[in-house]
Ligand binder design. Structure first.
Ligand code: SF4
Length: 478
């Protein structure tokens, strides 16, 4: 450790999770439950532990936390084992990096979320570090918290970085680019072309192939067909399980616990294509099926079925996921669950690379936000998910840095109401920091929306307006 520099987010999180990794499941089950009841932890940490160790989700949480521990410990140990750690944003498929024997992926946004959920003081000190360097405060806390830690503290450093945000999100691209320059580590790109046709996808395939050969050179290892197939077969199992979980959400009341929305995409963005990822998804599916069979639901009845059209809130798990569920407000999915998984044909190297490129193309942020028309694409995703899962309302968290979603959310609201009669609640806040809007205010707004809009709608007072074609395309001049 360098004297004078604060400890980084990665090191603090990995220290905590190393302990978890050593504990047998029964001890972890008992220890977490005791911690959740004793009220001795700082509030920030207590919220995550109480939410994850609630008896109805505990079994899945233990597998999930152990999976993340394994992931982070592999990254921490990688340099001394001669492996390279590759940092990437959440919209890049980690299974590609898992396919290399000598590389380990870490994901900026998962690290930020872990810091916010597990550390005393959450991610605020690291956000302040990046602000202290003179960055504007419209950076996205999702990635700036972890990257702030790398820039301003004695934190763990990756050996290279993949930026897959160009074309999808400017602030995400720019902060990753800055880190690459500042830390003097190479950056590899996977850019979404501004063309949603087959031609655009073909171009994206070429970019994916170029990226793979750049990675092979950098890592010093050939990505053989056998290595890729080994991981893609496991990724395909993850796809099947995630689709099963998606279908389970359709039952009324929803048998899938609210917090599984987060657990699902954290698995997608970190451990897809690994044995630990499969085990985590299997446990989530089994618990949800059990709840379905027992007709168990944490509230007296399901009052509302909500889709969150982009991110949720991550600074107070207990008073967000668990609070909603205990009031009968099912959180069916949020925008990060819209990664539209498909199994990949493993018959050849070509088919697997094409399948990987399509997985990356379908990632949240890449496909809807990097589309030719963001409003049209986002609207189509939300309507598809809302109809398929039987949602009766949609909520936008209003994540403050996300200027691009803010710029089209009023179009989304109009389209949802006019085409499907679905009301959209627009909130204000920062998904990763409590400084912007306290959870009590968010709860109050959700409560009022559900009581005054959603409940009335389901009593038949509000009807869908006449359907008309989408208006998000620019009007062409004569
Ligand atoms: S939440 Fe918005 S600003 Fe943040 S990375 Fe995603 S698209 Fe970019």
């Amino acid at each position: 450790m360098k004297i004078g520099l604060p400890v980084g987010l990665f090191d603090r999180v990995v220290n905590q999770l190393s302990l978890v990794d050593h504990l047998p499941d029964p001890v972890l089950r008992w220890g977490g439950s005791v911690l959740a009841t004793l009220n001795i932890l700082p509030r920030d940490q207590a919220s995550a532990i109480k939410a994850l160790w609630a008896p109805r989700v505990r079994e899945a949480s233990i597998v999930f936390v152990k999976m993340l521990a394994k992931w982070l410990i592999a990254a921490r140990n990688a340099p001394r084992e001669g492996k390279k750690v590759i940092l990437m944003p959440f919209n890049f498929p980690p299974e590609l990096i898992h396919a290399f024997d000598n590389a380990v992926p870490i994901t900026s946004e998962i690290l930020s979320t872990l810091g916010v959920a597990a550390l005393r003081g959450q991610g605020e000190r690291y956000w302040d570090m990046v602000m202290g360097l003179g960055f504007p405060d419209h950076l996205c806390s999702a990635n700036a918290i972890e990257l702030g830690s790398m820039l301003g503290s004695d934190d763990f450093r990756p050996q290279a970085l993949i930026s897959s945000a160009p074309g999808g999100c400017d602030v995400n691209s720019k902060i990753h680019e800055f880190v690459s320059n500042y830390l003097e580590i190479p950056q590899f790109f996977l850019q979404k072309p501004p063309d949603d046709s087959e031609r655009g996808l073909q171009q994206y395939n070429i970019y994916m192939r170029t990226l793979i050969s750049q990675l092979e050179k950098f890592i010093g290892e050939e990505l053989t067909e056998e290595k890729l197939r080994r991981v893609i077969e496991k990724a395909n199992r993850c796809v099947e399980l995630s689709l099963e979980l998606w279908d389970l959400h359709k039952a009324v009341p929803c048998p899938v616990p609210n917090i599984f929305s987060l657990l699902l995409y954290a698995t997608r963005f970190a451990m897809w294509g690994t044995d630990e990822g499969i085990k985590c998804l299997e446990t989530m599916v089994a618990l949800s099926k059990k709840r379905l069979a027992e007709k168990a639901y944490p509230a007296e009845k399901e009052v509302a079925r909500c889709i969150w059209c982009y991110t949720s809130y991550y600074f107070d798990f207990l008073n967000f996921f668990n609070w909603m569920e205990e009031r009968g407000y099912s959180h069916l999915a949020d925008g990060l669950d819209f990664f539209f998984p498909q199994t990949i044909d493993t018959s050849s190297m070509e088919s697997m690379i094409e399948g990987l490129a399509l997985s990356a193309w379908n990632m949240p942020m890449t496909r809807p936000m990097g589309a030719e028309s963001m409003s049209r694409s986002w609207t189509e995703f939300v309507i598809y998910a809302a109809k398929d899962l039987g949602a009766d309302c949609v909520i936008y968290c209003g994540h403050h840095s996300c200027k691009q979603t803010w710029s089209v959310v009023s179009i989304l609201r109009n389209e949802l109401m006019e085409r499907e009669g679905l009301p959209l609640l627009i909130l204000q806040g920062d998904s990763w920091m409590k400084r912007m809007t306290p959870m009590s205010v968010i709860q109050q707004e959700i409560d009022e929306f559900i009581k005054n809009v959603v409940a009335r709608k389901s009593r038949g007072r509000r009807k869908p307006r006449k359907r008309r074609p989408i208006r998000s395309e620019p009007v062409k001049a004569d």
